[in-house]
Design a protein around this ligand. Structure first.
Ligand SMILES: [Zn+2]
Length: 156
């Protein structure tokens, strides 16, 4: 029985985490981004290990606060740690997350892709990086020659 109770509370933690948005791309949650490394629950204490998307990215403290708040709503006391032994890269983004980002016009480079990033609007690979300095340290601005639109992509 203990196992059942435990997995139910872990499930509650995952559900709460699914409501924690990325501060820069609020359509995706920390789960969509593949940022959750592990969850463990001991009585009412939930330990969550997150993989920082980019060490240079601001707002890690903001995310930790949101995770604590979301878990507090479920009655958990949260211990949030950032895993520094795992390097996050865009291949951790879930298929759901990739869809949501594409709908927002943000391309996600996939490791197996050949160098050009596919345009999120028309799918063409006739794209060029326009600026490494996108609106945030995590994103770069690209230009699609096929549909002549600029778009953003997560930095690979
Ligand atoms: Zn295009």
């Amino acid at each position: 029985m203990r196992v059942t109770i435990r997995s139910m509370s872990e499930e509650a933690v995952w559900q709460a985490l699914a409501c924690v948005p990325d501060p820069e791309l609020p359509v995706v949650s920390v789960i969509d981004l593949g940022m959750v490394k592990s969850v463990s629950v001991d009585h009412r204490v939930a330990r969550v290990e997150l993989i920082p998307t980019f060490l240079g990215c601001p707002a890690l403290g903001w995310i930790a606060d949101k995770v604590r708040a979301a878990l507090a709503e479920q009655g958990f006391e949260a211990e949030v740690a950032f895993a520094l032994d795992v390097i996050w890269d865009p291949s951790r983004i879930t298929p759901d997350g990739i869809d949501k980002l594409r709908q927002m016009g943000v391309a996600v480079p996939v490791k197996s892709d050949a160098a050009p990033v596919a345009c999120p609007y028309c799918g063409a690979r006739d794209t060029d990086i326009e600026s490494l300095f996108g609106p945030t340290p995590c994103r770069a601005v690209y230009y699609c020659r096929a549909c002549r639109q600029p778009f953003e992509a997560m930095k690979p």
